[in-house]
Design a protein around this ligand. Structure first.
Ligand code: ADP
Ligand code: MG
Length: 399
C-alpha cells in the first residue's frame, strides 16, 4: 500500500510539499486555477498540524534565461494568499544559500513558495534531469516530503522523484483522489461503461484505447480520432485532420470491436478554422471540397445521448471538436450537458478535455475531472507512475 498523508507524522515538522501549480498564466493573470484549488485540502491539512510548509512546483518549460519572466510562480503565490487568507513568502531563489536563509528565518505556521523548480534547468537540466545533488539540497530544507503533484507524476524530476530518496514521504490528498477515481475506470467500472474519445493525439492514445476497449460497452468517437476511423472506413475526409500512421490500427480495432466502436453520423465542417468561419453541417459521406471536419453534428449528439443516458460509468478523454473556437464547440458543450443530466459516474481525464469542461462551467458537475493530462492517461494505460512509485521508500531522513 502506498503511504498516504494520514499515515505519516508531520506534526510540528518542516514539510516539503510538491504541488502541480503548472497553470495557464498570461501576463501575470491566472486563467485556470483548478490545480491550485485542488491542492488546498492537502495544504490546509499540513498547516493544521503546526508545520512550516515549503512548497515546490514547476511552471511550463524553462530552457533559457529569457523564459524566466513568463514562467514565474509569483502570481501563484498571490493566488495562494488570497485562497488561504494567509501570507505566503515567495522565494525567488530556487536553491542555494539565499533560499536556505529565507527558510531558516521562517517558523512553524509559515508557508514558503519556492520559485519555479525548472529555473534549475537553465544550467544543466538539473530539475528535469533528476539531478540528485539538487534533490538532496532540497531535501535538507525539511523533515518530510509530500508529493501531491499528480499532473507531474508521470515524470521523474528532482523535485518529485529525486527528493523522495532522502526523506520519509507520502502522497497528498489530490494524488490519493486521482488514484481512487481513475482506478474506477481501469478496474471494475459499473456497466454499461461508455468511453468518449476525441482530441487529436491518436498515436499517443493507442495504449489507452486498447485498455479501455476491453472494459467498455461503447466507445463514442469524436474529434481527430473520429476522422482517422472515418478515413479507415474509406470516407473522404477531405482536409480534416487525421493520423495516417494509425489507419492499420483502426482497421484492427474495427474488426475486433465492430459493435463497440461508434462513429459519428454527421459533422460540422468549414474551410477555415476561425471564430468567423462559415460552417457547413453535413453527413459523414458529404464533406465538401476544401473543408475539414471540426466538430460532431446534431444527429451524432442525439445518437450519443441515447447511449450515454443508459451508462452507469463514463470516461471521457479528448474534446469531440475544436472546443476552443466557438463555431466548433457545440458538440463538446452538448456532451457536457448530457453528462450532467445523466446519472452515470463521470470521470474526465486529459488536459484539453478537462480544461474544456472547467471553462464551460462544469467544474463541479461530475464525479471527477483529473488534474493530470498525460499522467491520467499513463495511469489508465497501466503504467506505474514514477512520482508515485518513489514514495515511502525511506524511513528516516538521509543526511
Ligand atoms: P486531451 O488533452 O483531452 O487528451 P488532445 O490533446 O488529444 O486531448 O486533443 C485536444 C485538441 O484536439 C484540442 O486542441 C482540439 O481543438 C483538437 N481537436 C478536437 N477535434 C478536432 C478536429 N476535428 N480537428 C482538429 N482538431 C481537433
Ligand atoms: Mg492535450
Amino acid at each position: 500500500m502506498i503511504n498516504t498523508l494520514d499515515k505519516i507524522n508531520i506534526k510540528d515538522k518542516t514539510v516539503i510539499l510538491r504541488c502541480d501549480f503548472n497553470v495557464s498564466i498570461k501576463e501575470g493573470v491566472i486563467f485556470d486555477d483548478n490545480r491550485i484549488i485542488e491542492s488546498l485540502p492537502t495544504i490546509k491539512y499540513i498547516l493544521s498540524n503546526n508545520t512550516k510548509l515549503i512548497i515546490l512546483s514547476h511552471l511550463g518549460k524553462v530552457t533559457k534565461i529569457s523564459d524566466k519572466k513568463e514562467k514565474t510562480l509569483l502570481p501563484v503565490a498571490k493566488k495562494l494568499e488570497e485562497l488561504l487568507g494567509k501570507s505566503v513568502t515567495f522565494s525567488k531563489y530556487t536553491s542555494g544559500k539565499k533560499l536556505e536563509e529565507i527558510i531558516d528565518r521562517k517558523t512553524l505556521g509559515d508557508i514558503i513558495l519556492v520559485e519555479n523548480t525548472r529555473f534549475e534547468d537553465i544550467d544543466g537540466n538539473k530539475e528535469s534531469g533528476n539531478d540528485l545533488t539538487l534533490a538532496k539540497s532540497w531535501s535538507k530544507m525539511g523533515d518530510v516530503f509530500i508529493n501531491d503533484a499528480f499532473g507531474t507524476a508521470h515524470r521523474s524530476h528532482a523535485s518529485n522523484v529525486g527528493i523522495a530518496k532522502f526523506l520519509p514521504s507520502a502522497i497528498g490528498y489530490l494524488i490519493e483522489k486521482e488514484l481512487l477515481m481513475l482506478k474506477k475506470v481501469t478496474k471494475k467500472p459499473d456497466k454499461p461503461f461508455v468511453v468518449i474519445l476525441g482530441g487529436i493525439k491518436m498515436n499517443d492514445k493507442i495504449q489507452v484505447i486498447n485498455k479501455l476497449a476491453k472494459k467498455a460497452d461503447y466507445i463514442l468517437l469524436g474529434g481527430g480520432i473520429a476522422n482517422t476511423f472515418l478515413k479507415t472506413l474509406n470516407f473522404d475526409v477531405k482536409e480534416s485532420m487525421y493520423d495516417k500512421n494509425s489507419i492499420e490500427y483502426c482497421k484492427n480495432m474495427i474488426k475486433k470491436y465492430p459493435k463497440k466502436i461508434i462513429i459519428p453520423i454527421d459533422l460540422v465542417c468549414a474551410e477555415k478554422l476561425s471564430e468567423s468561419a462559415k460552417v457547413k453541417k453535413v453527413y459523414i459521406d458529404s464533406i465538401p471540397d476544401n473543408c475539414a471536419a471540426y466538430d460532431i453534428g446534431k444527429e451524432t449528439v442525439e445518437k450519443y445521448e441515447e447511449i450515454l443516458l443508459q451508462a452507469k460509468t463514463v470516461f471521457w478523454n479528448g474534446p469531440v471538436g475544436v472546443s476552443e473556437i466557438s463555431p466548433f464547440a457545440k458538440g463538446t458543450k452538448s456532451i457536457l450537458k448530457i453528462l450532467k443530466k445523466s446519472k452515470a459516474e463521470v470521470i474526465i481525464g486529459g488536459g484539453d478535455s478537462a480544461a474544456a469542461a472547467i471553462k464551460m462551467g462544469y467544474k463541479d458537475a461530475f464525479s471527477h475531472i483529473s488534474t493530470g493530462g498525460g499522467a491520467s492517461l499513463e495511469l489508465i494505460e497501466g503504467k506505474v507512475l514514477p512520482g508515485i512509485k518513489c514514495i515511502g521508500k525511506v524511513k528516516k531522513k538521509i543526511k
